[in-house]
Design a protein around this ligand. Structure first.
Ligand code: PMT
Length: 334
């Protein structure tokens, strides 16, 4: 399986890679042939401290993954493949989980949308458009924006001051996968009180580092043809080993409506976890289908709600909080 048509002398090695006979490597093999991120020990130590703190308090903790992973094309990366996800789902959900009393681990793509800050960093207005300079040298928020900003700032500071939000980040696919594995194992100490809310858009294809160009791919070599290997499905070990007792919520994104529910249900059967949230690329902000073993529930906003800036996460999160409580109380979702 050649990965990339670049001069062979430019690749780091031609070592064969173990696979399952169908061209997809085992998740364990993935971790053997890829380097862990340099900041993994720091990631683990922050998360351990957060989990210890909340285990002591008896908090419910949600591990949110948010935003898209990049797939590097060169070991010394200049170019990479990305995807559309900007992290709105994860960041918005984090706010509603905090409102519901959860502690939140927000593992997000670096520079993607963040809870509370999202209202200002990703609006049509620039940050400075909310402010006015005063003659005494100070800066003031313009009156028409002050009430909303005061409310959000208060909630944001409360979450930080009470140690109820931990911000952790990733950029590349291997970084995400190593941190997902390690993070899930740390959270597993909370047993059923942990929820895993896997909203990140994770690449399904990658170039193993052994097959990757070491240096910047040169345009003088002509056009570029890429062959990507398939990323193993990490939901499988996550459900069976890393986070066996927690409530696991995965997402299914589709563009063909006919495939949405069958594929979401297939994922639930294949991996044996508790909830799949199906969403369509074009309507994901207005409607989702929440699928559990015995139920399918469509959550939708009315046009009026959309006009009034009601967010679909205000319906998703209370539903999940209810399911999670059942899970804690009885080991069942309903
Ligand atoms: O960020 P936004 O712009 O707001 O968009 C939000 C969203 C549309 C990205 C989000 O709502 C969503 O649907 N996220 C999941 C998208 C996705 O990757 O779907 P998938 O069908 O490729 O993967 C399904 C599940 O399998 C995911 O929960 C993922 O955690 C898991 N997976 C995926 C790839 C892989 N190699 N291993 C996995 O375990």
């Amino acid at each position: 399986m050649a990965s990339i048509t670049v001069p062979i002398s430019n690749t780091s090695s031609n070592e064969p890679i173990l696979d399952n006979g169908q061209g997809v490597i085992d998740p364990d093999v993935y971790f053997q042939i890829n380097e862990p991120p340099a900041d993994l020990p720091e990631f683990e130590s922050k998360l351990n401290a957060f989990v210890d703190y909340h285990k002591e308090l008896g908090s419910k903790v949600v591990f949110i993954t948010s935003g898209g992973t990049t797939v590097p094309l060169e070991n010394q990366t200049v170019r990479f493949i990305d995807n559309f996800s900007n992290g709105t789902r994860g960041a918005t959900s984090a706010e509603y989980f905090l409102e519901a009393g959860y502690a939140v681990v927000f593992m997000h793509r670096q520079n993607s949308i963040q809870p509370y800050n999202r209202h200002y960093t990703h609006s049509n207005m620039g940050f400075l458009d909310y402010l006015e300079p005063k003659e005494d040298g100070s800066v003031q928020v313009l009156t028409q924006y002050a009430a909303k900003m005061h409310k959000l700032l208060t909630k944001y500071n409360q979450a930080k001051d009470t140690n109820r939000i931990l911000m952790l980040d990733f950029v590349t696919l291997p970084e995400y996968l190593f941190k997902l594995q390690s993070g899930s194992k740390v959270l597993a100490r909370l047993e059923t009180r942990a929820m895993y809310y896997l909203a990140a858009a994770v690449s399904d294809f990658f170039i193993p580092s052994q097959k990757m160009a070491e240096h910047k791919i040169q345009s003088r070599d002509g056009g570029l043809t890429l062959t990507l290997d398939q990323v193993p499905k990490f939901l499988k070990p996550l459900v069976s080993n890393w986070a066996a007792k927690g409530l696991i919520v995965s997402f299914k994104l589709e563009t063909d409506n006919n495939l949405l529910v069958p594929k979401a249900r297939q994922a639930l059967t294949r991996y044996g976890h508790q909830v799949v949230i199906g969403n369509m690329l074009k309507t994901r902000k207005q409607t989702v289908t929440l699928i559990t073993q015995h139920r399918e529930k469509v959550l939708s906003l009315t046009p009026q709600q959309v006009e009034n800036d009601i967010e679909i996460e205000s319906e998703i999160i209370p539903e999940l909080v209810r399911i999670h409580q059942n899970w804690i109380d009885s080991g069942k979702t309903e």
